[in-house]
Design a binder for this molecule. Structure first.
Ligand code: CTP
Ligand code: MG
Length: 182
């Protein structure tokens, strides 16, 4: 049980990074308005402020959660603090880079900014977070998301994301933060 809970709670920085990017986003786009062929490389929806504002704030939320829960069970156990930070930043920035990768693919498929792309929108950030963290901290990744009952946490994340994604986007839309409810 504790392994499942750890796997899910540890993934929070990855899950909130994109919502926080909506809050902090705006300003100059990452692709600087440049095109690749007919379409923008990424589009106006991917900004530097969203990337760094979302990435840093999501890692900070994860850090606070880590300290709060540490007396009960450590989410990112490591004797070296910088390794805990590496996990947090990999999860949050991996999530945002995955989302940027998703936009890149959407533009290549002729989908304009904000267009709904169910599979990409839901899973690009999960893939990005898992990939980057697998590169920076493979040992933690395997222990948390594959070994023991951790894989059940992984499964719950994958199956639960569409629901969570839908819920958060509807809230963001109603709050006037997002232009579309997806
Ligand atoms: N956002 C941002 N920078 C990011 C990610 C998101 O500024 N790196 C902000 C933008 O204001 C964006 C909003 O969050 O419009 C919603 O994000 P998302 O749905 O990912 O972008 P879309 O506008 O839908 O664009 P795309 O079609 O490229 O996904
Ligand atoms: Mg969108």
């Amino acid at each position: 049980m504790i392994e499942i809970l750890t796997a899910i709670l540890a993934f929070i920085p990855a899950m909130i990074a994109n919502s926080l990017a909506v809050v902090f986003g705006g300003g100059p786009p990452i692709d600087a308005g440049k095109k690749l062929g007919e379409n923008r490389i990424l589009g106006d929806g991917k900004t530097w402020r969203g990337l760094f504002g979302g990435g840093i704030s999501a890692a900070i939320v994860g850090l606070v959660l880590y300290f709060l829960l540490r007396p009960f069970f450590p989410l990112y156990p490591s004797p070296l603090f910088y390794k805990t930070l590496m996990i947090l930043f990999s999860l949050s920035f991996g999530s945002l880079l995955g989302d940027i990768g998703g936009s890149f693919v959407k533009r290549r498929r002729d989908l304009p900014r904000g267009e709904n792309s169910p599979v990409l929108d839901r899973y690009d950030f999960v893939l990005g977070a898992f990939l980057l963290t697998s590169l920076t901290r493979p040992d933690w990744m395997i222990r948390t998301y594959f070994e023991g009952n951790g894989w059940i946490g992984t499964l719950i994340i994958i199956l639960g994301i569409p629901l969570l994604h839908r819920g958060v986007n509807i809230i963001g839309y109603k709050m006037g933060l997002k232009e579309e409810p997806w």
